[in-house]
Write a protein that binds this ligand. Sequence first.
Ligand SMILES: *[C@@H]1O[C@H](CO)[C@@H](O)[C@H](O)[C@H]1NC(C)=O
Ligand SMILES: *[C@@H]1O[C@H](CO)[C@@H](O)[C@H](O)[C@H]1NC(C)=O
Ligand SMILES: *[C@@H]1O[C@H](CO)[C@@H](O)[C@H](O)[C@H]1NC(C)=O
Ligand SMILES: *[C@@H]1O[C@H](CO)[C@@H](O)[C@H](O)[C@H]1NC(C)=O
Ligand SMILES: *[C@@H]1O[C@H](CO)[C@@H](O)[C@H](O)[C@H]1NC(C)=O
Ligand SMILES: *[C@@H]1O[C@H](CO)[C@@H](O)[C@H](O)[C@H]1NC(C)=O
Ligand SMILES: CC(=O)N[C@H]1CO[C@H](CO)[C@@H](O)[C@@H]1O
Length: 656
Amino acid sequence: MYAKVSFFCFLLLGLGSSDEEDAFTFNGFRGAKLSMDGVAEITDGGLLRLTNTTKLVASHAFRPSPVRFRASPTSGVFSFSSTFVFGIVAEDRELSGHGVAFVVSPSMDFRGAIGAHYMGLFNATSNGDRSNHVLAVELDTIFNPEFEDIDFNHAGIDINSLRSFNSTPAGYFAGDGVFRNLSLISGDPIQVWVEYDGLSLQLKVTLSPMGFPKPRVPLLSSTVNLSDVLREEMYVGFSSSSDPFLTSHYLLGWSFGVNGTAPALDLSRLPPLPRGGTEKSEKALRIWLPIATTLLVLSAAGAAVLVVRRRARFAELQEWEMERGPSRISYKDLFEATGGFSEKQLLGAGGFGTVYRGFLPGSKKEVAVKKVSHGSRQGMREFVAEIVSVGRIRHRNLVQLQGYCRRKGELLLAYSFMPNGSLDKLLFGPEGGRLKWAQRFRIIKGVASALLYLHEEWEQVIIHRDVKSGNVLLDGDMEAKLGDFGLARLYDHGTDPQMTRVVGTLGYLAPELIKTRRASKATDIFAFGVFLLEVVCGRKPLELHQPEEMIVLVDFVAENWRRGRILKVADPRMGDCAMEEVDLVLRLGLLCSDPLPGVRPNMRRVVQFLEGGGPLPDHESTFLNPIVQTLLENEAYDNHSRSFSSLTEILVSGGR
Ligand SMILES: *[C@@H]1O[C@H](CO)[C@@H](O)[C@H](O)[C@H]1NC(C)=O
Ligand SMILES: *[C@@H]1O[C@H](CO)[C@@H](O)[C@H](O)[C@H]1NC(C)=O
Ligand SMILES: *[C@@H]1O[C@H](CO)[C@@H](O)[C@H](O)[C@H]1NC(C)=O
Ligand SMILES: *[C@@H]1O[C@H](CO)[C@@H](O)[C@H](O)[C@H]1NC(C)=O
Ligand SMILES: *[C@@H]1O[C@H](CO)[C@@H](O)[C@H](O)[C@H]1NC(C)=O
Ligand SMILES: *[C@@H]1O[C@H](CO)[C@@H](O)[C@H](O)[C@H]1NC(C)=O
Ligand SMILES: CC(=O)N[C@H]1CO[C@H](CO)[C@@H](O)[C@@H]1O
């Protein structure tokens, strides 16, 4: 009926072709013709699955023919309305990301967009750009301070930007008018209504558990003139990103209509959602859940993986800017060195960008070129100044910056190439057994000395912010080189100083860093402690697939230490080793990764301990201390600096 009416309108206006309709209904998606990318697919059961739990991706699904939203470029936007039912099923019920968004876009091509917290819609450059002409309603399951997210379970109206125009915690006003929370990641289907009134310019978003009558009071209601946003013809569909947690995002049904109410869905015909989600890691979650919520941060930094890389065109080359100074390299050289940033030369992604291997044409020097994108040009200027300054640092255990190049929103950094790759690949791979204790101990001492240099010995204090085995590279002699230092600062420039971002990697973030978002020497030392444990144990800091007591490495080591069998946790593949050294490093790892920053030694002490300069202090890891556990859970140390240090004093002095 609806379709007929709109078809009739087309005839009257002489617009569109006969197969165009501006209303449609999918009660399940079996046989639906949609334009999909990423891993989006229609399951045998008729669900539209945007992402699945096997791959970190961003996916899209659009109605292939565009919808007419206004009669002419100057006339107002028609009223429109859409309703859909979605469900989020995560591998691990508490760790889910990143969410799903209903999208109205001038194009279905999202190849330039990033997954993770950009939800497959924008990238650092395009986010916030009025020329996007994108309207989205996000159902966001990760708390991202960068975009001023309010929590890790919210609905938001996004206009050209992931910094929501308006957002609110997910929920609904039940029949009695009382607000009820809704958990987006519960695994239960949720129905959403998006309605725009072209006259009053009201955009309303309403949620409810599937099967409940539509609440009369919307969850979100904003006055917004979409005339500046929507073009005459737009595509409607969905975008979703499963980064940084493997999550399946499903749509069960969807309808859409212009000038009126979207056709009602026949809920009885919607396909069922699969059940999923184990609650296995209860204990880990108690500790790590708060981290997960701040994780958007690392999706921004650590996992800033460009889902699809655009090939740079040679025609754009005159854009590169000349920089003074010995370490400038031309974009052309870097482009040639890396075969035009070709996939074949790709060494890896993550840790602020993508890394390519290459030979500099002139010197024939082998380099690793890191491509970092950055939205703010102003921030970039300051950052380049800093890179030049940091580029002067020389230390045998720090990766040497060879040169850099700035180009539009991009920074390219050329480092000495490290033939033996990154430590984590070796440590956690099948070859890990080749890393004997003596080598590991040397690597540990090398990284300690690099960190001591950054913290205490260079002309200014440099907080690394992302110490981990993945940032330790090995040269041809298996000498450790700490990489990526100073890079985290990139994210401070050009952003609101009130909102200093947490940069780091899940599993290495000190508890107070999560609360205060303030990186310090002590938070670096926490990460270094975790690093010590992973090198000795040959295990990642967080292994969600392990039995409960083994998920969090620090917990696992602390527990074994309490039971007097700390050496049992050492990687058996190391062969014969000096047991007193292994014992020292494990206990030092626990001391450094203590949840209370005041307990952690500074790097100078750490290096002394490693060199055999005196016994470790008697230390009962507060990780297992029930008082600390309670305090951690009760946010008792919210007002960190002061109450925190006095708390530390109580535990350290009074606790003995
Ligand atoms: C919606 O209504 C406007 C007039 O109010 C009309 O010009 C337009 O063609 C209608 N669109 C559809 C798809 O019915
Ligand atoms: C997820 O999607 C990919 C790509 O479409 C596919 O190869 C894989 O089998 C899917 N996994 C599951 C569990 O369906
Ligand atoms: C960002 O997105 C825009 C629009 O999709 C695209 O043109 C641009 O190339 C992207 N930038 C990067 C660095 O991928
Ligand atoms: C809803 O969630 C908020 C924040 O998570 C919480 O403060 C509030 O008590 C919850 N309300 C209900 C009714 O559960
Ligand atoms: C909406 O914006 C357009 C373009 O900026 C303007 O022409 C129009 O008058 C606005 N509509 C209303 C109702 O304010
Ligand atoms: C610390 O506590 C004071 C009052 O007790 C409060 O005003 C302030 O916002 C708190 N600071 C933080 C960072 O929580
Ligand atoms: C363990 C390992 O991969 N060692 C290699 C490090 O690099 C040198 C030089 O490229 C190789 O000879 C080693 O086999």
